[in-house]
Design a protein around this ligand. Sequence first.
Ligand SMILES: CC(C)(COP(=O)(O)OP(=O)(O)OC[C@H]1O[C@@H](n2cnc3c(N)ncnc32)[C@H](O)[C@@H]1OP(=O)(O)O)[C@@H](O)C(=O)NCCC(=O)NCCS
Length: 322
Amino acid sequence: MKVASPPFDSLAVREMYDLWEMAFGPDIAPDITFDPLSGAEKNANDFRVYRVFIADQLGATAIVVTPIALPELGALGEVATHPEFRNRGLASGLCEQLLEDFQCQGGEAMFLGTVNPNAARIYERFGWSHIPDTKLMVNLAGNETPNEFLKSYFTDQDTPKAKVGEATSRIPIIPLIVSPHSWSVLDANVSIFSPRVESQASCLGLYNRYQALRNESRGDWFTLVADSGKVLGISSAVHVEGKRFQVDGFCHESYAGMFGELIQAAISWCSDQGATQIIARLSSMDEEKQSLFESVGFHEQRLDGTFEHGNQKVDAVVYLLG
Ligand SMILES: CC(C)(COP(=O)(O)OP(=O)(O)OC[C@H]1O[C@@H](n2cnc3c(N)ncnc32)[C@H](O)[C@@H]1OP(=O)(O)O)[C@@H](O)C(=O)NCCC(=O)NCCS
């Protein structure tokens, strides 16, 4: 087993991508893209790439990502074994080793997302358990249940501030998004719903969804970050058409009082782009969210289609700023 960190040369990246395409299928894009593998996030996140080679051929991979400023958190991704080498204990061996390394370095909670029951059996054997209402699992060094961990993780976070979304938030957005939330639509701009209404299956891919807004020049995203580096809220802004922009966002329920500052960051970005109309498209079910948008100057304008999450269809209401 080899353990290495970025930068990887393009040959090594190609080799991993070929294995992942074989393991996950050609239509599933890897959560870990070329940029972090070539070292682009070295000041924000520690990427540990675990690989098994069999006679010089890449046989299995797993990647653990830990925020440098918040080493108690981690996320596991790209667990894959070449079809020829399956059922020989390669993925199990990687999971056992990477978990030991993570916990030795102060890791407390390692998240992952899986829809593959064969993989879930391996994770369960090494102590991962399902987070209620999600397809995510977490391995906790302590004895709490996932919901007890999430509750204590968000308690008493000091001096949260709104700032532009960064790679340092790649992992800390995961516990925020999977925490129980009474709103149904958390962020319409990136189709993120409350786990209560739609089971969240993505883990490392959540950051990519936000970052794609910026990379594809469709919009931008912002975070509410405490002194500890924990992310307590996320907002986003997207260009709709002409000078029309749409904002959305959510906070952890304990920090709802900071929602105004967080959404203001998204509104200011729209204004900087020359927006003449800023809207929000909210679920008719989310009355508390509607009140928060009203408190920052939005007013209800009209019904506009539906949100579809799980098996439900819920009316969408457009709110206009000013
Ligand atoms: C899921 C996946 C990573 C498992 O990889 P693997 O290397 O075959 O996993 P392991 O060999 O450690 O475990 C597989 C099974 O073999 C068993 N096994 C472990 N060591 C063994 C050994 N030495 N000899 C025989 N069987 C063994 C395990 O107990 C496990 O049994 P189970 O199916 O009853 O739970 C692989 O099937 C894969 O790449 N799938 C597609 C990609 C994917 O879905 N990845 C997970 C993303 S979350």
